[in-house]
Design a binder for this molecule. Structure first.
Ligand code: PHE
Length: 340
């Protein structure tokens, strides 16, 4: 027994390994349940009792030595630690991990949420698969209203109509149906339209719509809020202008332009030499819409607005082709770093 122990100590002392797999092989050979060292522990049972103490000690030493040797091999693949010093080398360079970045649309969506969050808007969303009522009818689109053609969508079933929502205004309806004013919320989400895919249009895009309903909300409040947003998003120097427009669910309705942040208003390709770029639709919520949702339009008024995240992102980062957002080409995506 003694000889066998000495032999194993010498053997283990001289083993070498060139990889972690080899270290694992050695562990299996010596220290696993059926390993050479463990087998000696089996034999220990038949050692005469007067020798048990001494042999037991030697066996334990052997086991500890083997474990120590394997630990050494593991941390340095055979390099010997100086006595009393750890094998841990804190100056070794770490493995370089490739760090991902947020998608530009997520960066801008989070920034929009942050800006409105600072002035009291909370966030909600609704289902992407909607019914006709929440996407169209409750928003004052009558069945044959031509505005439905401007937001042609993908129908999952007809009669009753189930469809992919064309805007997050449907989530506004759901909110007004279930909550009592005051309501001050934004609705970021993915929306769908039946559009041919090009550099400027896609069948999927993202919106953030906003809604504020309370007593005595006026167009002045809307304008002030949107001006705050534009300056926070594009810079303090940004100017806004509102043009009259039409949406079935707002009256009056407007579209808002911001001064072109690329040429500073002097005129360039992006703003088609007008100095202005359209970024959103807005207006005072039509009383019919309030009534459709059980809100008394004689007591409450409200404003709503809606913007495309893609459009804002294209402007902010000067991206010329919308399709880049959905191709997942890392050479494109890697260019955007942002902490929000
Ligand atoms: N829902 C409109 C759209 O998707 C945007 C909008 C929202 C306009 C709220 C006015 C008020 O085009």
């Amino acid at each position: 027994m003694r000889e066998r122990i000495d032999q194993l100590i010498a053997e283990i002392d001289s083993v070498k390994a060139v990889s972690l797999e080899e270290v694992e092989q050695l562990r299996l050979k010596y220290l696993s349940k059926k390993g050479l060292v463990s087998l000696l522990f089996e034999d220990f049972k038949s050692v005469p009792s007067e020798k048990k103490r001494e042999t037991g000690q030697l066996l334990n030493d052997l086991k500890n030595k083997a474990q120590q040797k394997l630990d050494e091999l593991k941390s340095g693949f055979g390099a010997k630690a100086e006595p009393g010093k750890s094998m841990l080398d804190l100056t070794r360079p770490v493995d370089q991990k490739v760090q991902g970045t947020r998608h530009p649309l997520s960066i801008v969506r989070n920034k929009i949420i942050g800006i409105f969050g600072r002035i009291g808007f909370t966030v909600a969303d609704g289902p992407e698969i909607e019914d006709d009522w929440h996407n169209f009818s409750a928003l004052n689109f009558t069945v044959d209203h031509p505005a439905r053609d401007m937001q042609d969508t993908f129908f999952i079933s007809e009669n009753p109509d189930v469809l992919l929502r064309t805007h997050t205004s449907s989530a506004q309806i759901r909110t007004m149906e279930t909550r009592k004013p005051p309501i001050r919320m934004i609705f970021p989400g993915r929306v769908f339209r039946n559009e041919a895919i090009s550099a400027r249009a896609h069948c999927i895009f993202h919106q953030v719509e906003g809604l504020y309903i309370d007593k005595q909300v006026s167009f002045a409040d809307l304008k002030q809020t949107l001006m705050f947003f534009a300056k926070e998003m594009f810079g303090e120097h940004t100017k806004i202008r509102l043009r009259p427009s039409f949406f079935p669910f707002t009256e009056p309705s407007g579209e808002m332009d911001v001064s072109c942040n690329i040429c500073g208003g002097a005129g360039c390709n992006i703003c088609k030499h007008t100095g202005w770029v359209e970024i959103l639709g807005c207006g005072m919520v039509d009383p019919n819409v309030l009534e459709n949702c059980g809100i008394d339009s004689k007591v409450y008024t409200g404003y709503a607005f809606g913007m495309g995240i893609e459009r804002i992102t294209m402007l902010k980062y000067q991206i010329k082709d919308l399709r880049l957002f959905y191709e997942n080409d890392v050479r494109f995506l890697r260019q955007f770093t942002g902490t929000f």
